[in-house]
Structure formats: structure tokens, C-alpha cells
Write a protein that binds this ligand. Structure first.
Ligand SMILES: Cc1cc2nc3c(=O)[nH]c(=O)nc-3n(C[C@H](O)[C@H](O)[C@H](O)COP(=O)(O)OP(=O)(O)OC[C@H]3O[C@@H](n4cnc5c(N)ncnc54)[C@H](O)[C@@H]3O)c2cc1C
Length: 433
């Protein structure tokens, strides 16, 4: 009999691991809670609205080796997602104004940092008072908007690394959507005898060295020699009564503590499709005083602060984004209210009447990833304790229990699909040793 492996979670990490293990001749069963694969990769394939628009991961953030290698292997082309960045603040539009006053001083102070602390504390200590209010505010927006992190918990030294290596990377979108890459992994896995079982919510794992049993909500039980936990950090951090949460028997308290020490952000993504791309019309041009045809990304002070279009592709879809504590606060907010806030933000930015926008709106999708029971957040960020915790979680337990996912990746592409694919592949290689 071939050695058997169970993988819990059919996201990018779990499926990359499955692909690697199946290629090596292992008998693999992937158990996935949802009735679809991909996890935080979720391409909408409705041809009437949002054709191939992403509700989850959307961009390949630069020329990332594992992702591009996989896309090449799968013969999946990708295209540029580069477009102009704009800012709308205090009633004014500005193109490409990513310059933040005092940022160089912030980097200098970061370089002098001796002992790690959270970024909120660091800013309070090093940049107190009214003089630096805008700088503190900009840093908060960056940490919560981009990293989707809670500044009260995010590690200053991790952010230092990130901000020092901030490069203007070319952004790409995968043709046919990110889900084509997921479908390729599933097909490859199945072609080699692996199975991917949907609607299988694992709730209990019973284990001893060399033997594991995964028990699902519906009572179905699967047995194997090794198990790879490829679930999101947010679900692993959830209380054991919550939907999606798993318990281990016997317990592994050290690993449980490490999971709690890591940071998991919050995000809401809003997709709005309109009758026309009103944001590119003459009224906007008159407000900005410039050509706005290439306006792709827009950062603002509004309740839903970040917006982007599908440029360079022509599309009538506008995407809204809110991350960090402000998104976490909306965990119980009804989608209708989030939609209202989104439309109000756009009405304010583009100086339109709400009713005009409502009459132009033909479809909307709101994905509150933090409220979703099988994600419970956005993606990982480093807390002060995260490096130690990650080290432990990347260490297998008695060659029987392994963990993988974007949160366990170490490198410059933290929190991304690249992180998930890389860590999934690494975990599989470890299992094969
Ligand atoms: C809104 C949003 C936008 C993003 N944008 C980008 C982007 O543009 N570019 C980028 O590179 N990255 C982006 N990311 C991050 C990227 O999506 C993730 O890092 C990556 O997809 C994570 O893959 P994963 O396999 O680690 O986890 P997941 O994709 O979350 O997979 C875990 C799987 O486990 C399953 N699961 C959970 N609980 C159970 C259970 N009890 N039993 C069985 N299965 C279970 C889940 O259903 C899921 O399918 C974005 C993320 C979000 C949320």
C-alpha cells in the first residue's frame, strides 16, 4: 500500500502540497470544508456580472518565483495590472502622491530600533504630539490598509523589513482568474490518483505517531499515516465551539499557544458593477484637472478608503477595500450597510449624488472575509512573537502532524498566494524526507 496523507484545506497551500505529494507517488486525500476549492482564491465565474473578477486574491505582486513557475507549468498566461495611483484627501485629487512627510525620518528611527515592539507603541514613543499626527496617521493607514494588521500588535521590526524592501513591483493578473491555477492543481492531483473531497468540515483530529484520524462534522472519518493542516490561521485561532475549528486529541498545547501568538488581519472586499465607468467621465476629469483614463488605484480618507478598477482591462467594476481594525469592527455589520458605506464613499470622492450611483449599480458582491467561518480574517502579519511561533509551527510533530499555509512562510512575499504555494511545497517536501 502507498503511504497515505490527509490534507485539511484545499487552498493554494494545501493543493500545492497535494500536487507535490501526488507527483511523488503518495496517496493523498484533501478534505475541504467549503463546496468549492481555492479558499482565499475565489474567482467569480458568472458571465453576466463580474466575469472573472476576484473576490479574494487578485494580484501577483511582482515576479514571484513559485507562482510564475506554476503558471508556466500550467500554461496559464498572465497580464499586467499596472495603472496609475491616485490619492483623494480633503477634497483634492492628486496623482502618484505616495510621498509622506517625515517618512525618511521614520525609516531612520526604525533603523535605530534595538528591541522589537508593536508599531503603535513605537510611533507613540518616537513620534509623539501634534507635530507628527499626520505621520502617525499615514503609518496607521499603511499598516491597517495594506498589511490589514492591527497596529497595536504588528511588529515594528517586521514592518521595517517590509518598508525598506518596498519596491515598485510590476503587478499581474492571471488570465482566466487565479482559480485557473487552483483548477490546474486539483486536476493534476486527481490525475495521479489523489482525491479532493468538498463539503468536508473537519472538526476533530485523533492522533498517535504514524496514525491520524480526521473526523468531520457529518461523522465521516478518514485515516492516514500523516496529516497536513492547511487551514487558515484565523480558523486555527478560533474557539473550539466555533464553526470550522478543529480540536486535537491528544492536545498539543505548545502549538496551540504558538498559533495564538501570530497575527491575522481583517479585510472586507467590495465589488460593484455599474452601467458605465462613471469615474472616468468628464466630471471627474474636471475635478482632477487631469486625464483620468489610467486612474487605477485610489486611496482616500473615506469610510471605505481604498478603491481600484480593472485597468488596464476595460471594465465597469469598481473594487472597494477596507482592512485592519476598521474592517474587524464591521464583523457583524450586514452587507447592505457595508454596501451603503461603499456607495457613500464613492459619492463623496467623485462628488455624485447617492441616488445617481444607486441607479447605475447593476450588481454587487460583498465578501466580509473576517466574518467568513472558514477564513476568519485576511492574511497573516508578524507580531513581536511571530518569528519564534512560526519556527515551532514549521516543525513537524512526530513525523505525523504537519502545518502549512501562507502564515508559515518566511520571506518577502508575506501574506500572499506566493507565500501559500511556497510553504505548501516546502511542507510536502519535508513529509517526503
Ligand atoms: C480579500 C483578500 C485579498 C487578497 N489579495 C491577494 C492578492 O492580491 N495577491 C496575493 O498574492 N494574495 C492575496 N491575498 C492573500 C491570499 O489569498 C492568501 O495568502 C492565500 O490564498 C492563502 O492560501 P492558504 O492555502 O494558506 O489558505 P486558504 O486559501 O484560506 O485555504 C485554507 C482552506 O482551508 C479550508 N478550511 C478551513 N477550515 C476547515 C475545516 N475545519 N475543515 C476542512 N477545511 C477547512 C478553507 O475552506 C480553505 O479552503 C488576499 C487575501 C484576501 C482575503
Amino acid at each position: 500500500m502507498k503511504n497515505t496523507v490527509l490534507i485539511i484545506g484545499a487552498g493554494a497551500a494545501g493543493l500545492m502540497a497535494a500536487h507535490t505529494l501526488c507527483k511523488a507517488g503518495k496517496a493523498v486525500t484533501v478534505l475541504e470544508a467549503r463546496n468549492r476549492t481555492g479558499g482565499r482564491i475565489y474567482t467569480l465565474n458568472d458571465t453576466t456580472f463580474f466575469n472573472q473578477t476576484e473576490l479574494g486574491a487578485e494580484f501577483v505582486h511582482g515576479d514571484l518565483p513559485v507562482t510564475l513557475k506554476l503558471l508556466k507549468e500550467a500554461k496559464l498566461p498572465y497580464r499586467s495590472a499596472d495603472a496609475e495611483m491616485w490619492r483623494y484627501e480633503k477634497g483634492r485629487f492628486e496623482e502618484n502622491s505616495m510621498i509622506i512627510e517625515g517618512w525618511d525620518l521614520l525609516i531612520k528611527k526604525l533603523n535605530e530600533l534595538q528591541e522589537d515592539t508593536d508599531i503603535y507603541n513605537f510611533l507613540q514613543m518616537e513620534f509623539p504630539g501634534d507635530k507628527y499626527a499626520e505621520l502617525r496617521d499615514s503609518a496607521w493607514k499603511f499598516v491597517s490598509g495594506y498589511d490589514t494588521a492591527d497596529p497595536h500588535k504588528a511588529s515594528t521590526s517586521a514592518l521595517r523589513k517590509e518598508w525598506q524592501h518596498e519596491e515598485e513591483n510590476a503587478q499581474h493578473r492571471v488570465n482566466g482568474g487565479y482559480c485557473s491555477m487552483i483548477n490546474y492543481l486539483v486536476n493534476e492531483c486527481e490525475a495521479k490518483g489523489g482525491e479532493v473531497l468538498l463539503s468536508s468540515v473537519v472538526k476533530e483530529i485523533r492522533w498517535k505517531k504514524g496514525n491520524v484520524k480526521a473526523i468531520c462534522e457529518d461523522g465521516a472519518t478518514y485515516e492516514a499515516e500523516q496529516i497536513l493542516i492547511a487551514m487558515p490561521l484565523g480558523v486555527l485561532q478560533a474557539d473550539k465551539e466555533e464553526q470550522g475549528a478543529v480540536t486535537f486529541h491528544p492536545e498539543i498545547p505548545e502549538y496551540g499557544r504558538a498559533i495564538q501568538q501570530m497575527g491575522f488581519g481583517a479585510v472586507i472586499k467590495i465589488l460593484l458593477e455599474f452601467t458605465d465607468a462613471f469615474w472616468l467621465d468628464k466630471k471627474t476629469k474636471a475635478m482632477t484637472g487631469k486625464d483620468v483614463e489610467k486612474m487605477g488605484y485610489l486611496f482616500s480618507d473615506e469610510e471605505i478608503p481604498t478603491w481600484w478598477t480593472q485597468l488596464p482591462d476595460q471594465s465597469k467594476v469598481f473594487t472597494g477595500w477596507i482592512g485592519g481594525p476598521a474592517a474587524a469592527d464591521k464583523i457583524a455589520m450586514p452587507d447592505e450597510e457595508i454596501l451603503e458605506q461603499g456607495l457613500q464613499s464613492l459619492a463623496n470622492i467623485f462628488n455624485r449624488d447617492m441616488n445617481e450611483l444607486k441607479s447605475k449599480l447593476i450588481a454587487c458582491k460583498i465578501m466580509n472575509w473576517t466574518a467568513d467561518p472558514f477564513t476568519r480574517g485576511s492574511y497573516a502579519y508578524d507580531t513581536v512573537e511571530a518569528p519564534q511561533a512560526r519556527k515551532l509551527l514549521n516543525t513537524p510533530i512526530s513525523d505525523t502532524i504537519y502545518f502549512c499555509g501562507e502564515y508559515l512562510y518566511q520571506g518577502v512575499a508575506m501574506g500572499t498566494v506566493e507565500a501559500a504555494l511556497t510553504n505548501g511545497e516546502e511542507a510536502a517536501k519535508k513529509m517526503l524526507k
